[in-house]
Ligand binder design. Structure first.
Ligand code: ADP
Length: 595
């Protein structure tokens, strides 16, 4: 109930007014009381300090009818002494305090022994005041002649009823003032609430709206006072907060998009090792669903303990490798934020391809060295034999040796040429010389070139196009090189008297060509690898027929540069079928699909 500012203000004002009135009342009551007491003793002092009055009084008291005369003199000075015969009276007492006469006979019989009265009985003037007492009095002894004996005591007693009445009236006035003051303070608190509480309530409502993320409406600045300044500052603060939140939101969206589309995996764990973030790449690499129940320990504790990672000082990080379902992942682990609130961020990088490429590169270099070493050894040994024999060697033997040297040199040249072609295709330096040419004409041309080789081996080489073939766009000489290789292989790997059938046709936006033979075929286990560099099913046979093991790799590179496909297709019976499919018009730069 007293929690609202309005209530607090009202209560403060009421308390203020009440306490003010109480203090004022107490002050007034004390002042009035003091004033009354002081004026009582001053009046008595004024009257009795007059030497003529006092000596007249003593002389009168010494007479036989002294009491009557003293009484008359007191009545005569009643005004100066403030004696009103009701609240203040005088009494003439004998030396022992017994009542003789006075202005109040009734009271005179019931007089109490007060310290002042007792002092007077001992012969001293008793006019000490006692503010706590409910009366005030003064007792003046009148001595008779020179003997010093007390003839009578003049005793003046005031029962303070006047002060009490005055104080009661004052109290009433103060109560009335208090009621008026309370009403005024209620009014004031209402006005104050209008001036202060309502703007503060508006400010509070605005702050609540901002806290709930509603930044749109600005608070109206209705005054130039502190509350107005506070409202203005609040509006500015809300604006800055909105901009900051917007910037943070943008930054977060940017990061979210980055995480979503980046090829590297990212996972983050909180201080307790629970997963707080993962991106699709990480799920793909780790080959599992990642949710908030995943922990660091179940995924990566084999690399580094979590506590060790948290203890790392930024910008330090740890690296490690792990293998998941045959794929090699490279990991970078780093702590983020501080030890209390931070966690660990892990970036995963799939290096399987990199590993594979590295392996391929090593294998390739080993293959090249091996392929070149054999003919080089042959060349060297035949050349040495010729040199060592001098002129002793028969002519046809020497010619035979020289033929071998020339053949081996040709082989090396062939290998180097093929390697150069591959290297140019790899580095993209072998620009395609695109033109529109007749696909059928190109196949016929290649078949014609191979006709003699087939005839030598008594093989039937035939071309059977499936309907009309269109003009296609491509590098004719390179595509003819591919056809030469495939048809040449069919001749090479088919026994004498075998059959080689070349077919071709169109399928949608593509043309295709298939070369089938009934030769030695390719075992199932080798079918995957015959397009690899230097891969040969039967090394001896390939070398014998002048093969380098690079033909099909070059063919695949060329076909893929034309956005086509080359591969083995199922074949009925003994032999092999290789199919090449090419787009009639290769896609332009920019619209080409990813390879
Ligand atoms: P090569 O120069 O050895 O012929 P290629 O790259 O052209 O090299 O062919 C790779 C391997 O594929 C050959 O060594 C061969 O073993 C196999 N091969 C290719 N074509 C055929 C085919 N028509 N029949 C059987 N084996 C083939």
């Amino acid at each position: 109930m007293f929690r609202s500012l309005h209530m607090k203000l009202t209560m403060i004002l009421l308390l203020l007014v009440t306490s003010l009135m109480a203090v004022m009342g107490a002050f007034l009551a004390t002042s009035v009381s003091n004033f009354y007491v002081n004026s009582f003793y001053e009046q008595i002092d004024d009257v009795f300090s007059s030497a003529s009055f006092f000596s007249s009084l003593r002389q009168a008291a010494a007479q036989s009818d002294g009491m009557e005369r003293v009484r008359e003199m007191m009545d005569a000075n009643a005004g100066s002494l403030g004696i009103d015969y009701r609240t203040r009276n005088y009494y003439i007492l004998d030396a022992d305090g017994g009542y003789l006469c006075g202005s109040d006979d009734e009271g005179g019989g019931k007089l109490e022994s007060t310290p002042n009265l007792l002092a007077a009985e001992l012969g001293k003037t008793g006019e000490d005041s006692d503010v706590t007492a409910d009366y005030m009095d003064a007792a003046i002894p009148l001595t008779a002649g020179d003997s010093g004996s007390i003839a009578c005591i003049v005793y003046i007693l005031d029962n303070k009823d006047t002060v009490s009445n005055l104080n009661s009236r004052l109290f009433l006035i103060i109560i009335q003032a208090l009621v008026v003051g309370l009403l005024i303070s209620l009014l004031l608190s209402f006005l104050l609430s209008k001036a202060m509480v309502i703007p503060i309530e508006k400010l509070t409502a605005g702050a609540e709206r901002v806290a709930s993320g509603e930044f749109g409406s600005k608070l109206p600045v209705e005054s130039t006072d502190e509350i107005g300044v506070l409202t203005g500052t609040f509006n500015e603060m809300a604006g800055v907060l909105q901009e900051t939140l917007q910037a943070v939101e943008n930054e977060r969206n940017k990061l979210d998009t980055l995480f979503l589309h980046m090829t590297d995996g990212v996972v983050a764990f909180d201080h307790d090792g629970l997963l707080i973030h993962s991106n699709p790449a990480a799920r793909e690499m780790l080959r599992r669903e990642l949710d908030s129940s995943c922990t660091y320990d179940e995924l990566f504790s084999s690399l580094y303990p979590f506590s060790q990672m948290l203890a790392l000082q930024r910008p330090n990080y740890a690296e490690g490798d792990m293998v998941v379902e045959g794929r090699t992942l490279e990991l970078y682990l780093a702590p983020f934020s501080d030890q209390e609130r931070g966690g660990v961020l892990i970036v995963l990088h799939d290096i399987t391809e990199q590993h594979r490429n590295e392996e391929r590169r090593k294998e390739f270099v080993a293959n090249v060295s091996h392929e070149l070493r054999t003919p080089l050894t042959n060349v060297r040994s035949y050349a040495e034999t010729l040199r060592d024999a001098g002129g002793d060697i028969p002519r046809d033997t020497a010619d035979g040796f020289l033929d071998i040297i020339i053949n081996e040199t040709d082989r090396m040249t062939h290998i180097v040429q093929d390697l150069l072609t591959l290297s140019r295709l790899d580095t993209g330096n072998a620009a395609l010389n695109l033109s529109r040419f007749d696909f059928r004409d190109a196949i016929e041309n290649v078949c014609r070139s191979n006709a003699l080789a087939a005839k030598r081996r008594d093989q039937a080489l035939s071309f059977r196009p499936d309907g009309d073939l269109p003009l296609i766009t491509g590098d004719r000489s390179r595509l003819e090189q591919v056809m030469m290789n495939v048809i040449g292989n069919a001749i090479k790997y088919t026994q004498n008297g075998g059959h080689i059938l070349v077919t071709a046709g169109t399928a949608g936006e593509q043309v295709w060509m298939e070369v089938s033979d009934d030769g030695i075929g390719i075992p199932e286990k080798d079918r995957e690898r015959i397009f690899d560099r230097f891969y040969r099913v039967d090394k001896a046979r390939s070398r014998e027929s002048g093969g380098t093991g690079l033909g099909l790799s070059i063919a695949r590179e060329i076909v893929e540069r034309h956005f086509g496909v080359i591969g083995l297709v199922p074949h009925q019976g003994p032999g092999t079928t290789i199919r090449i499919a090419l787009p009639i018009v290769p896609p332009q730069e920019g619209e080409r699909p990813d390879r």
